[in-house]
Design a protein around this ligand. Structure first.
Ligand code: MF3
Ligand code: CO
Length: 248
């Protein structure tokens, strides 16, 4: 069931999303060679709680941390680890959710650690551009799969690929609500979005082939070809005349 939010519900969601935005910036400011992903997780948890919110991911389906920290070939759901140190040349995707006043906000960014290769720079840039391509013409009445069609066209047009196994989603009182929001699809198909729907648009883009597998921890998703991946996510509200982006 897809819920349409009232303005007062959107006000609450806006607050959770502002915390996500600020936490992403704060964690981003801590990224440097030598920091462990577990240390980044502690910074995030401490900051989220300092804003009167809870880290939604912690304990979600047994997930053991407050953020996902996905390095290089890890696509999503990298579990922070005390002995996973970032190194010069890595890229790391930080994905986190904050829960406050009954609503979840969700966002992700991919950061470069020091100087990174041109391919990785392009991957980070194109992944963010995929988000902007997806929202460019998005408004009430837009068919849902226009989002994925825009992401896929921009990613593949740049020689990259999109993951099929992980998708964006509705968000609100639950971290994952209907509808699923794939990063691929056929323009003009799917339900028509309505004003007041709140969704997470989250391109997950792969430098190489589109196939991924899970590591034995049951969470960490890695590209089959071990080439790098990037992730960029915002929570948005569908409006009559466009979108309101809550996590920027
Ligand atoms: N933020 C992720 C998403 O976009 C959720 C991952 S939280 C985890 O769906 F607990 F599942 F890791
Ligand atoms: Co999400």
């Amino acid at each position: 069931m897809i819920t349409v939010k009232t303005e007062s519900e959107i006000d609450l969601l806006r607050e959770s999303c502002a915390i996500v935005r600020d936490t992403l910036a704060y964690v981003g400011s801590k990224i440097r060679p030598g920091v462990s992903t577990r240390e980044l997780d502690r910074y995030a948890e401490e900051y989220i709680r300092s804003r009167g919110a809870e880290p939604s991911c912690l304990g979600y389906c047994g997930y053991p941390a407050s953020i996902c920290a996905s390095v290089n070939e890890v696509v999503v759901h990298g579990i922070p680890s005390e002995d996973k140190y970032l190194r010069e040349g890595d890229i790391v995707s930080i994905d986190l959710c904050a829960y406050k006043n009954g609503f979840h906000g969700d966002g992700a960014r991919t950061f470069a650690v020091g100087e990174v290769s041109e391919e990785k720079q392009k991957l980070i840039r194109v992944t963010e551009e995929c988000f902007w391509e997806a929202v460019k013409n998005l408004r009430a009445g837009t068919p849902l799969y226009d989002i994925g069609a825009a992401v896929q066209a921009h990613a593949e047009g740049n020689g990259f690929s999109v993951v099929r196994e992980f998708v964006g989603h509705g968000i609100g009182r639950e971290m994952h609500e209907d509808p699923s929001v794939p990063n691929f699809g056929k323009r003009g198909t799917g339900i028509r979005l309505k004003a007041g729907m709140t969704i997470c648009i989250e391109p997950m883009i792969l430098a190489g082939g589109r196939h991924v597998h899970l590591l034995s921890d049951g969470w960490t998703a890695v590209t089959d070809d071990r080439r790098p991946a990037a992730h960029y996510e915002n929570t948005v509200v569908i409006r009559e005349d466009g979108v309101e982006i809550l996590t920027i």
